[in-house]
Design a protein around this ligand. Structure first.
Ligand code: SAH
Length: 282
């Protein structure tokens, strides 16, 4: 999966995404990211200006439409060329197969589905795990990071498909939000985490917060690891974990808990057990 980030501060993105799990995934070729400097597309050859005052007055500068549009067009062109290359690189057999399915599908998909361009903005829908999973299905994702007062509305209308926020507060720029989203999306791409299962059992994977976890030693500062986790009885461990997830979610995120109850009505044959999970919680 490829992330393309339009930014005025490419070094922030490059440094922020090159370490630890994402850095390793990039080295392995599972994900790739490029930070493209919007300033390189400024039509102002002398000062490489990318912002100007807002019409109608008001404090602060606004990012102008033209450099962002040209930056986007360059990225879009590269993505399309790469796709064409992939088709050309195939062996005869692969091409014969592709003729029937793949390339034809590529064309259909290209026509049916636009390249997704995310403008990170406090005016967007608030990012969550479900959105991360949805974005993780894409082959390419483009992010636009605003700065200063934001971006000229006209270029947003022209190129943006998704408006996404990381929360109800205002930051100085879109680089951190883009990195937050890229991190959350990347770890759902198969192969990025060593153990793909962990993404499923983690918080929000099943609509609940994750249960408490413990590592060595068995006792620390007088606190013991819950005995059931040492029992080796996987069924009991799973039951305990679900119970703990429910308790924790009810306490810390009651709205998620309520939603989980709606989404997971007790099944007739499992009624008894569900009552047990919820014992002392409801
Ligand atoms: N004037 C704008 C805020 C501009 S903040 C407004 O009132 O809506 C500058 C840039 O930071 C934005 O263009 C956006 O890209 C980014 N940004 C700030 N807060 C953000 C948030 N909560 N989520 C995502 N991006 C954010």
């Amino acid at each position: 999966m490829n992330f393309h980030v339009m930014t005025l501060f490419p070094e922030m993105i490059e440094q922020g995404l090159s370490t630890s799990i994402l850095g390793r995934a990039k080295e392995k070729g599972i994900i790739d990211f490029e930070a493209v400097n919007i300033r390189d597309f400024s039509a102002d050859m002398k000062h490489h200006k990318v912002d100007d005052y807002t019409y109608g007055g008001g404090a602060g500068m606004l990012m102008q439409a033209q450099p962002i549009y040209d930056c986007y067009k360059a990225i879009e062109k590269r993505i399309e060329e790469n796709k064409d290359c992939k088709c050309i690189d195939r062996t005869d057999d692969e091409n014969a197969l592709a003729e029937n399915i793949d390339c034809k599908d590529d064309l259909d998909v290209k026509e049916a589905r636009r390249l997704r361009v995310i403008y990170v903005t406090p005016q967007g829908a608030v990012f969550n795990q479900q959105m991360a999973a949805d974005f993780a299905k894409e082959e390419d994702l483009v992010f636009l990071c605003g700065h200063y007062e934001g971006v000229d509305e006209r270029v947003l209308e022209e190129i943006v498909t998704d408006y996404v926020s990381i929360g109800d507060y205002v930051l100085t720029g879109g680089e951190l939000p883009a990195m937050v989203m890229i991190d959350a999306i990347s770890r759902l791409v198969p192969g990025v985490l060593n153990n793909d299962e962990s993404a499923m059992t983690e918080s929000f994977g099943n609509g609940l917060l994750e249960y408490p976890q413990y590592s060595r030693p068995e006792e620390w500062m007088g606190k013991k690891v819950p005995g059931i986790l040492l029992s080796g009885d996987h069924k009991k461990v799973d039951e305990w974990r679900l119970e703990q997830s429910l308790l924790r979610t009810k306490e810390r995120r009651p709205e998620l808990y309520e939603q989980w109850l709606i989404d997971n009505p007790p099944k007739p044959e499992k009624k008894k057990r569900r009552r047990k999970h919820n014992e002392g919680i409801l």
